[in-house]
Design a protein around this ligand. Structure first.
Ligand SMILES: C[S@@+](CC[C@H](N)C(=O)[O-])C[C@H]1O[C@@H](n2cnc3c(N)ncnc32)[C@H](O)[C@@H]1O
Length: 213
């Protein structure tokens, strides 16, 4: 997918930007502990795929250089405001994670939280992450994933997929991101599968972890 294939939706784009801003505190309550652990000791420059409104900035050390790959222009305003709030040096790249303009082997640390569910082509996006990482560079992730086959959660993911996908601009309730990461050929991969209990039942099945190139 090229960036020119990404369509900014003039209705759902701003609505989603508002939703993520509104949910910011609750998301911190749900994910804060895992994210703090994953981002611990991060280097001074990091790349984030799909930064949204900047939910992860609170976990970064002040004056971190954050290269935010965020194609949705409606997220940018809040992203910039959060950069000021959390003292982050922000560079926004309005492009998709499937086609990143950073050189091969140039990044120490890449982050993706709740993004591989949404990118148009997750395999290409993961390959881009691997491409831009330096050897031994670290990729950390928190993602919601496909529930266990034939479970009640899998059924709920299936019936809610269409409206969820429409409202959240391409988010797949039931993408098997765990398998995609497992077959991506990272040098090391630590994945923890867990359940996240919240009113957002389709995203109950989650993974978090870290990979090295
Ligand atoms: C569910 S939001 C998550 C935002 C943030 N990472 C968080 O944890 O709150 C998904 C984000 O991925 C972005 N996105 C969608 N398609 C993308 C793509 N192809 N490449 C990079 N980011 C994308 C969306 O614009 C949105 O900001």
């Amino acid at each position: 997918m090229k960036h020119s294939d990404f369509k900014n939706n003039i209705v759902r784009g701003p609505i989603n930007a508002w939703v993520f801003k509104f949910l910011d505190g609750y998301m911190n309550y749900l994910f804060g502990k895992s994210k703090r652990k994953l981002f611990k000791n991060h280097p001074e420059t990091i790349v984030e795929i799909g930064s949204g409104t900047g939910a992860n900035m609170r976990y970064l050390t002040k004056r971190t250089n954050l290269i935010a790959i965020e194609p949705n222009i409606y997220m940018h305003n809040n992203l910039k405001k959060n950069a000021v709030k959390y003292g982050i040096n922000l560079e926004i790249k309005t492009m998709v994670g499937e086609s990143i303009d950073l050189p091969d082997n140039s990044c120490d640390f890449v982050v993706s939280t709740l993004v591989l569910c949404t990118v148009n082509n997750p395999v290409t996006c993961i390959n881009q992450i691997k491409r831009i990482l330096k050897p031994s560079g670290i990729f950390v992730f928190v993602e919601h994933v496909k529930a266990k086959e034939k479970s009640i959660l899998a059924y709920i993911q299936k019936i809610l997929h269409k409206p969820w996908h429409w409202f959240f601009e391409g988010c797949h309730t039931n993408r098997d991101t765990k398998s995609l990461l497992e077959s991506a050929g990272f040098n090391t991969l630590e994945i923890e599968a867990y359940n996240l209990y919240s009113p957002f039942i389709p995203i109950t099945s989650q993974i978090r972890g870290k990979a090295t190139k």
